[in-house]
Design a protein around this ligand. Structure first.
Ligand code: AMP
Ligand code: MG
Length: 332
């Protein structure tokens, strides 16, 4: 807090001389369970600072609306606690994102599924209480039986019910992207045209960075160095799903937080995948789906979908990139 205050103090004292020269205004906030870096490139650092504060507040609201953790009440938790065939009124943004999530679930043949709630909870990765041993297959099967967006129905405007007892929503694979999009939308309302919001490596870029492209480092899933970097100009979102984010190793086998909805176990098709898409919401959901599919099944779909690009490190650490990334990816 003190550091933020000092930083803001510095920014304000520089405002007078910087009003007409373009420069980066940077702030770091802790939200969505990660460090979120805001960079706004503009000729008015005072407006930039106000825009960032507002964007961070907006993102915090999104987090409160979608989280299934902590004490804060929200309509997602109400839905999860509800009995079967009992309609629950969801907040309008939750209603909209759930509809989008279910259509993405269909597009990607269930590899992205917004209703894996109890299964994810049992593995424990999201609560920071990951088991140090794999779940027994009987338990996984029982949890899998009460999982799946196919058991979630819209029965009126914003009204949703579950058609099987125990089905829980979990927006963990898409809500961070949605929050980033809402942050960018807030910056735009303040007149910002050039910015980047980076939430722990998942980001959306708006506009160009002067004459220079934005340089985005891609983390190597097994090394401390990066895999390489992307040179990105203009509007784009870049989101990574990786098996290194939350995991444990038992008997030489890695267990991590991205589950294959077909088996209920962590997917072993990829080590990491980075997806570029027009919105962070889409990039987030597709990165999870592409992780589960791996490049063999995923690459043809990415190549056939306008606006999407992807870069995998497959299960054998082999790099696979879609054709649109060839000119802008620089391997290290
Ligand atoms: P991400 O890091 O975006 O790939 O999202 C992973 C998070 O989404 C996990 O921590 C779970 O909460 C949830 N999740 C895990 N597997 C899936 C899946 N196949 N589809 C949708 N959500 C998932
Ligand atoms: Mg995701």
């Amino acid at each position: 807090m003190l550091r933020l205050a000092i930083c803001l103090g510095c920014c304000l004292s520089l405002v007078a001389c910087q009003l007409h020269s373009k420069a980066d205004t940077k702030e770091t906030h802790f939200l969505l369970g990660t460090i979120v870096d805001f960079t706004v490139y503009s000729d008015n650092q005072e407006i930039a600072a106000v825009a960032i504060t507002d964007a961070a507040a907006q993102m915090r609201q999104v987090e409160a609306m979608f989280t299934t953790y902590g004490e804060t009440k929200n309509t997602v938790k109400t839905f999860n606690a509800a009995q079967v065939f009992t309609p629950v009124q969801l907040d309008a943004p939750v209603d909209a994102l759930l509809q989008q999530s279910l259509s993405l679930m269909q597009n990607y043949q269930g590899s992205f599924d917004p209703a894996l709630g109890q299964l994810s909870l049992a593995w424990g990765f999201s609560t920071g209480e990951a088991h140090l041993h794999a779940l027994p297959s009987a338990q996984v099967q029982a949890l899998l039986d009460k999982s799946g967006g196919v058991f979630v129905q819209r029965v009126g405007k914003g009204l949703w019910q579950k058609t099987k007892p125990g089905v829980w929503l979990d927006f963990g694979a898409i809500a961070k992207g949605y929050a980033i999009d809402m942050g960018i939308q807030t910056l735009q309302k303040h007149g910002v045209t050039s910015a980047i919001i980076n939430a722990g490596g998942d980001m959306r870029i708006m506009g160009s960075h002067g004459k220079n492209p934005w340089k985005i480092a891609i983390r190597h899933p097994r090394k401390v160095t990066s895999l390489g970097w992307l040179e990105v100009r203009g509007d784009n979102s870049i989101v990574t799903s990786g098996d290194y984010e939350r995991f444990f190793i038992e008997d030489g086998q890695r267990y991590h937080h991205i589950l294959d909805p077909k088996t209920g176990y962590p997917s072993s098709a990829s080590m990491s995948v980075t997806v570029l898409a027009p919105t962070a919401t889409l990039a987030d959901a597709v990165s999870t789906a592409m992780f589960v599919w791996g490049p063999k099944k995923g690459l043809p779909t990415i190549e056939n979908t306008a606006g999407l690009e992807a870069l995998w490190l497959d299960a054998n650490a082999k790099l696979v990139i879609s054709s649109g990334l060839v000119p802008i990816f620089h391997a290290l």
